[in-house]
Write a protein that binds this ligand. Sequence first.
Ligand code: NAI
Length: 506
Amino acid sequence: MQALDTQITVGVIGAGAMGAGIAQVAAQAGHRVHLHDQREGAAAAGRDGVAKQLQRRVDKGKMEQQAVDAIVDRIQPVSTLSQLSNSGMVIEAIIEDLEIKHMLLCELEQLCGDDTILATNTSSISVTALGSKLDHPERLVGMHFFNPAPLMALVEVVKGLATDDGVADTVHATAAKWGKKPVFATSTPGFIVNRVARPFYAESFRLLQEQAADPATLDAIIREAGGFRMGPFELTDLIGHDVNYAVTTSVFDAYYQDTRFLPSLIQKELVEAGRFGRKSGLGFYCYDDNSKPSEPNTEPAHESDETQLIVEGLLGPAAALVERLRDAGVDVIERDGPGQLRFGDAVLALTDGRMATERANSEGTPNLVLFDLAFDFTNTTRLAVGIADQAHDKARTDACALLQKAGIAVSVIEDRPGLVVMRTVAMLASQAADASLHGVATKEDIDLAMKAGLNYPDGPLSWSDRLGNSLVFEVLTNVQNSYGEDRYRPALFLRQNHYAEKGFYT
Ligand code: NAI
């Protein structure tokens, strides 16, 4: 499908954070942009903001002044809606309100030519509902940019029930031509990213509520072991708890209060207290100039006289840990077994979603120390561990000493099912699998969306394949069993893949 020709004028309505950014993206791609805002002076201010942003790039030597001037010249603030009538595509980025957007879209439909594409940047309103008052709802499509639009690669191209496939294809091709990574999504609550990402926040909030560890420790585990850019606490402090909590509750309600999307009481309380995060100076962390940064809990150096590591069976996704220990000079003996490590008194194993205490009891290994998943066991700088209640102190010492020999910082957390990274990744995979089951998007687009929209180190479905679909299924089954909660039910595709002995792509 053909992208819009750059000769075609693009209209942008709403010159706030998103509209100004979208105008910049379109102008950078070579379009003339007519930028409109109902607030007097806002469109001009939006264009000035773009000029200021780009000037920084000139100052850093990353752009030529001439190129910046040309881009800014292509953005023309207009004071009336009728000045958008000759646009080939109009993207609205006004206030998130169904009635106000309805009125605007109906007015636009009367003003613009029959071929004009109407696009909405809404992040939470149904595109189907937005199209319902139009004479030609087939020309309305979601074009959901992420904040800040000039920097974030992802664009979700959202099809409402009536959206014409050709219109969606044109918007997809146009977004790609503008240097973005577009994906198709159906008009379902949260589209792809705001639906699939919920467990990233929810599981850590829940672990905090269960006193597994403090925010700084959980953030460090998610960042260093999980390979995510930011931890959930620092990220929601940045996004703003008012905004993040509103998205969570709207998705929860939109899915008829499916407990998979359950909001967190801890976050609710922060919102009620006005602790919105960075913007209010206080959230999970304190942002006044005198406050010390919170440090994660890290075990002090443990001494152990043990030198020999016995590897019993295959460690699956954690196999690289054995190589790393061998490279660190640990004497390794391999023999058959259930997939665990013996070092001194300690028996170490990758979490399978059960608590260490429960597994120690059922497997007859009282000195069991479970370690968490790492995105990359060869390079991870930190691992979380959970220790069985039955374990002796020496088991803790031996387990920590072993991991420390490989240069890994150890965070001992309370013994909770699935620990931190494993449980989060398994839940992300389950959400992604259900989004695929429900036809929200293709599996490739779901993975791409999570990587391009949120900088995840891997897409949840390809990550699940790397771990082994059956392990993810087992982890969730065990976590669900531990809590007895529907929230952790494994997605149908995880179950089906498990019995078919395959993955999403393999
Ligand atoms: P904003 O509040 O920064 O800007 C909205 C602008 O629209 C304001 O300048 C306002 O004067 C103008 N406006 C309001 N009603 C209008 C009307 N009837 N006609 C013309 N102009 C009108 O809001 P923001 O954050 O830019 O969001 C805009 C849209 O983008 C919303 O639909 C939001 O859900 C969506 N969005 C926001 C993201 C974000 O992170 N802020 C991310 C992705 C989508």
